[in-house]
Design a protein around this ligand. Structure first.
Ligand SMILES: Cc1ncc(COP(=O)(O)O)c(C=O)c1O
Length: 384
């Protein structure tokens, strides 16, 4: 299978026909437990918190798509993040890119810093800033980054930051939620661990919450498998099945997400109500060359500063017809997020300001509807 192209792996890996009845699409193993036929109780599965065939199939597929050796699925993206941070000890240190999902910021600052983790922040676009931040930590263990970042869509040079992290003896974790393995494979650039909110593009239909960890080396998955078993932060077999089904169309969906986002970004850029558009596909975007090197397309996310701040955002979200005003991203339907109140609402105004997240900033998750309809919706809502 590993010699097959991405699209083929997305459809075939982990999709073994059911041996009992031959159903081409494997059944959903909705069971908490597994009857043991031998006294030794040594069957492949024993209890669904530990493992389940539907979850194992998804994990196999996720690893194959990222080019890693092993995967572990979790109940949410945050549960996956938590599993990685819980594998550290109080006194250990994490350097994270400054512009990242607000929930990851909240977990680092409000849960793990009080728990004893040392946390330092680095400017995402500067490998030197990561190096300087690492020097402030007594026991640096993990470098954490997103690329493109959330919500400003900066591009981080994964290879350069991975070198800096490895020099300091750290494991390098990339949250690949925004890009997906179709557009970007962090292991090709030296990352050790990839995380996902499978809630987003991998599931693709805004109907489940899920997360995943993929490791470059098989042995590195063990602490995360142990956490699945010991803490039970696992997804249900049904949710695993839905994510796995979503993955089958990931490649075609991402192509359309990228195309629609590019068209919306260009339309917004020339609109007088818009002050600035953030999209790594623009040639004058500071991370354009990095994104072009690391990614096969520029992704489905576009952010923009509106002239007129919060009031302009209110007018826009109240007038949009097709873009739902909602948290999250990566579904087939278009959404508009207001970071100040939603994805980055757990930051204080000062913490947001430090990151350049202003009150006029909106983040579009551009869906796979007709591009003209989407652009028309935004134009009309900006102009009404
Ligand atoms: C980049 C990124 N990582 C992680 C998460 C957390 O995932 P979940 O909502 O599945 O817990 C999100 C959620 O928005 C996200 O955008």
């Amino acid at each position: 299978m590993s010699q097959d192209a991405f699209e083929t792996r997305a459809i075939h890996v982990g999709q073994h026909p059911d041996p009992a009845h031959g159903s081409t699409v494997p059944p959903i193993h909705m069971t908490s437990t597994f009857t043991q036929t031998r006294f030794e109780a040594d069957a492949a599965h024993s209890y669904t918190r530990v493992s389940n065939p539907t979850r194992s199939a998804l994990e196999e597929c996720l690893a194959a798509l990222e080019g890693g050796e092993a995967g572990a699925a979790y109940a949410s993206g945050m549960a996956a993040t938590q599993a990685i941070l819980l594998s550290l000890a109080p006194g250990d240190g994490v350097v994270a890119g400054r512009d990242l999902y607000g929930g990851t910021f909240r977990m680092l600052e409000r849960i793990f810093r009080p728990w004893g983790l040392e946390v330092a922040w680095a400017d995402d676009s500067s490998p030197d800033a990561y190096r300087r931040a690492l020097r402030t930590l007594a026991r640096p263990r993990i470098v954490w980054l997103e690329s493109p970042t959330n919500p400003l869509l900066l591009a981080t040079d994964i290879a350069a930051v991975a070198d800096v992290g490895h020099e300091a003896g750290c494991r390098v974790v990339v949250d690949n939620t925004f890009a997906t393995p179709y557009l970007q494979r962090p292991f090709d650039f030296g990352a050790d661990i990839v995380t996902h909110s499978t809630t987003k593009y991998l599931g693709g239909h805004s109907d489940i919450i899920g997360g995943a960890i993929v490791t470059r080396r098989a042995a590195d998955i063990e602490p995360y498998r142990f956490q699945q078993k010991a803490s039970g932060t696992i997804p249900s077999p049904f949710d695993c099945w839905l994510v796995h089904r979503g993955i089958k169309t990931l490649a075609v969906r991402m192509d359309r997400h990228c195309e629609n986002a590019a068209r919306l970004a260009h339309a917004l850029r020339t609109h007088p109500a818009v002050e600035r558009v953030y999209w790594p596909g623009f040639e004058d975007h500071p991370g354009h060359a990095i994104a072009a090197r690391q990614m096969r397309g520029f992704g489905g996310m576009v952010s923009a500063d509106l002239r007129g701040g919060a009031e302009a955002v209110r007018r826009l979200v109240e007038r949009l017809r097709l873009f739902a005003y909602a948290e999250s991203l990566g579904g087939v339907e278009s959404l508009i997020n207001y970071p100040t109140k939603m994805s980055h609402g757990s930051m204080t105004p000062a913490e947001r300001a430090e990151r350049g997240i202003g009150d006029g900033l909106v983040r579009f998750s551009v869906g796979i509807e007709n591009a003209e309809d989407l652009i028309g919706d935004v134009r009309r809502a900006l102009e009404e």
